[in-house]
Write a protein that binds this ligand. Structure first.
Ligand code: AMP
Ligand code: ZN
Length: 669
């Protein structure tokens, strides 16, 4: 294409996007669907990446990547959303209790709830249907995040209660999900989220609801704004009412006693102490306990300050902070060759476990902290998991404190280190670097990749040290007789390992791709690749442009893939894997692509499949699932009691309208 046309197209796209943005956010009267809008944006992003000479700070794509956020519509709360008074000590809890007793001596019952560490959400239902979901905002009005909230599958869109009601709760990310997202972001070279709360808050405001869906947010509800049902007259009954409406509340976990229904001061205090001690056993973060007067009549009598109810208080757990000495800095070599500085600390007990290391991420972080060896540093466990150095006590810096020198050569193989031109990360680019080999094999065998049980860090080290393997594909030629004679091993462990390695030869294609450890290619990208390429040969032959045709893949990943599949040692590895009968293709392949690129939509109730199941089937067979009827739709599958989609589809001649049986015939079932 001629450059002049490109420039022209980019300019037009920017104008169009600005125009539709304005309609959508300011005038709330969109002329095109979200999908069409995304297509415009994707096209612009693609062109800007391909022709960086036309990039500008003013472009609507400036917030590139998966984190595009938009200024959302603002909606007023019908009843303001309050915050909570905090108590940091048990003494303050006692004060709170005594003060209430003075207002009304009959106050006795309280409900204690976990204080979930996420962001608060307001759900407005009318006629039993979710109308919108908003963030807390300034307490009086919040941002419209309806589409994203609707991706949380356990949150009911329809409820068996017809009066207008504002239901309120917390949206959060379970810890495991937080870690999964962060490791994926690391793979993709994206900025990491500091903790689950930030990740949840960032996620809920994303423009692309599909990314939100993939992040598996969770929620609990615990209070109301606008509400007219008189029979519900206590906090505990309110939670039961939510439970009956099929919302998730902490009393759904009643057996575990997540909600305390308690009487008197001592019972409240013991709840606080118990949860402070137990909080790390939960699958999500809590930062305290919320204590609420149970009866609404008493709540009303006690009243509110301008910001918060006087009948409730949040007992905040202490975030443990400890000071310890920085003994040294180790430089670790990752599987892609990235060098990570790791602080070696004088071991200390913090939030329940002993910490002796903390990652320093990269050279910039060391500079930012102005850190020296011998310094006393303050450690916290961020998100209660990952130890982090938050500050340096310069006042007691010893005279002997030593400057930290970032190495110029790999600490393991001694080859020269390089920084990526744009990046902050330093790499060892020697493909034969023993540290990288160890890490690459560890990665190949890991759970999310080939999933080879029994082939962990220690065993791999043992094999490397005994010269039994030198590279990934060597594991398929292991001498198990010899393995059985190694220290700590035996016939049984040799046999188990043999079976696990044998099983890995039939592993899913996307897991194999992930196992290769290609820079920027995480689990999600691997899945996308496995869906778009039948087998390893198609991947090897693909050019940058072939990759770029896939919507989710940008220039950086495409380039990295092409680089990977052009390295002779990588091609040799693939050849060797092939000879060892590792099957590198999409499994059940005969059927898997029969719906290739066909676009589907379903209306009405099907006999044999739920909506989510049929969607899964369509994707499995290579099709796509759309959200609205449009010219690009190929098939509408119609079940019992079809909706308006059927009428819309009838107006478009090119759409094939089929029933469930016809659909099953398409996929040969
Ligand atoms: P803070 O942000 O520290 O003032 O605490 C108030 C916030 O705690 C509320 O806005 C809610 O988002 C959150 N929260 C979490 N769990 C609860 C709960 N069980 N009851 C009330 N608020 C809660
Ligand atoms: Zn090296």
């Amino acid at each position: 294409m001629d450059d002049l046309f490109i420039e022209e197209e980019i300019k037009e796209l920017r104008e169009k996007i600005a125009y539709h943005n304005d309609l959508y956010y300011k005038k709330t009267a969109p002329e095109i669907s979200d999908r069409e809008f995304d297509q415009l944006l994707n096209r612009l992003q693609y062109l800007e990446e391909k022709y960086p000479q036309y990039k500008t700070k003013l472009s609507p794509t400036e917030k590139v990547g998966s984190d595009i956020q938009y200024q959302a519509k603002i909606i007023q709360h019908k009843v303001p959303m309050y915050s909570l008074e905090n108590a940091y000590t048990i003494d303050e809890i006692e004060d709170f209790y005594e003060k209430l007793k003075k207002i009304d001596d009959s106050i006795f019952y309280f409900v204690t709830e976990l204080k979930l560490d996420g962001l608060s959400i307001n759900l407005y239902y009318e006629n039993g249907t979710l109308q919108y979901a908003t963030t807390r905002g300034d307490g009086f009005e919040g941002e419209d995040v309806t589409e994203n909230v609707k991706t949380i599958s356990s949150l009911p869109h329809r409820i068996d209660y017809l009066e207008p009601i504002e239901i309120r709760g917390e949206i959060f990310l379970p810890r495991a999900e937080f870690e999964r997202i962060n490791s994926e972001r690391e793979e993709n070279g994206e900025k990491l989220f500091a903790n689950p709360r930030n990740a949840a808050a960032g996620t809920i405001k994303l423009k692309n609801s599909e990314i939100v869906r993939s992040r598996n947010l969770d929620y609990r509800v615990y209070t109301v704004g606008l509400f007219g049902k008189r029979e519900i007259n206590t906090q505990y009954k309110l939670l039961q009412f939510f439970d009956n409406l099929k919302f998730k509340t902490e009393i759904s976990d009643r057996e575990l006693g997540f909600v305390g229904y308690v009487g008197g001061k001592l019972a409240i205090i013991s709840q606080c102490q118990m949860w402070e001690y137990q909080k790390n056993n939960l699958e999500y973060d809590i930062d305290g306990l919320v204590i609420k007067v149970n009866e609404f009549k008493l709540q009303n009598k006690i009243g509110f300050t301008s910001k918060s109810p006087k009948w409730a208080i949040a007992y905040k757990f202490k975030t443990e902070e400890k000071e310890t000495e920085l003994l040294g800095v180790d430089f670790q070599v990752g599987r892609t060759g990235a060098i990570t500085p790791v602080a070696r600390l004088n071991p200390i007990l913090i939030s329940g476990s002993t910490v002796s290391n903390a990652t320093l991420h990269n050279e910039d972080e060391i500079k930012r902290l102005d850190l020296k060896i011998g310094d006393y540093v303050t450690i916290i466990k961020s998100g209660e998991i990952i130890p982090k150095i938050i500050s340096v006590n310069y006042k007691i810096r010893p005279k002997t404190a030593k400057k930290i020198k970032f190495p110029s050569h790999c600490p393991v193989c001694n080859s020269e280190l390089n920084k990526e031109p744009d990046g902050v990360i330093t790499y060892c680019n020697n493909i034969a670097c023993p540290a990288q080999i160890q890490r690459r094999i560890e990665h190949y065998a890991s759970r999310d990749a080939l999933d080879i049980d029994g082939l962990g860090e220690a065993v791999i080290k043992q094999l490397l040290n005994n010269n039994m393997i030198h590279k990934i594909d060597d594991i398929y030629h292991l001498d198990f007789g010899e393995f059985a004679t190694l220290p700590k091993q035996g016939n049984k462990s040799a046999d188990n390992l043999k079976q696990a390695i044998e099983r890995s030869k039939n592993q899913k294609f996307h897991k194999i791709i992930f196992g290769f450890g290609i820079r920027y290619v995480g689990e999600r990208t691997s899945k996308i690749l496995a869906k778009n390429f039948k087998n390893i040969d198609e991947l090897i032959q693909a050019k940058v442009d072939d990759y770029l045709e896939i919507e989710e893949i940008g220039e950086k990943i495409a380039q990295s893939l092409v680089d990977f599949f052009h390295q002779p040692d990588k091609l040799q590895m693939i050849e060797n894997l092939r000879k060892s009968n590792v099957i590198m293709e999409s499994k059940n392949q005969a059927s898997s692509n029969v719906l290739k690129d066909a676009k589907f939509l379903v209306t009405g109730t099907l006999e044999n499949y739920k909506r989510a199941e049929i969607k899964e089937l369509i994707l499995e067979f290579g099709g796509e699932f759309l959200s609205t009827v449009g010219k690009n739709l190929d098939y509408l599958v119609v079940g019992e009691n079809p909706g308006s989609k059927l009428d819309q589809a009838r107006k478009i001649k090119t759409i094939k309208i089929i029933n469930e049986t016809e659909f099953l015939e398409l996929i040969g079932k």
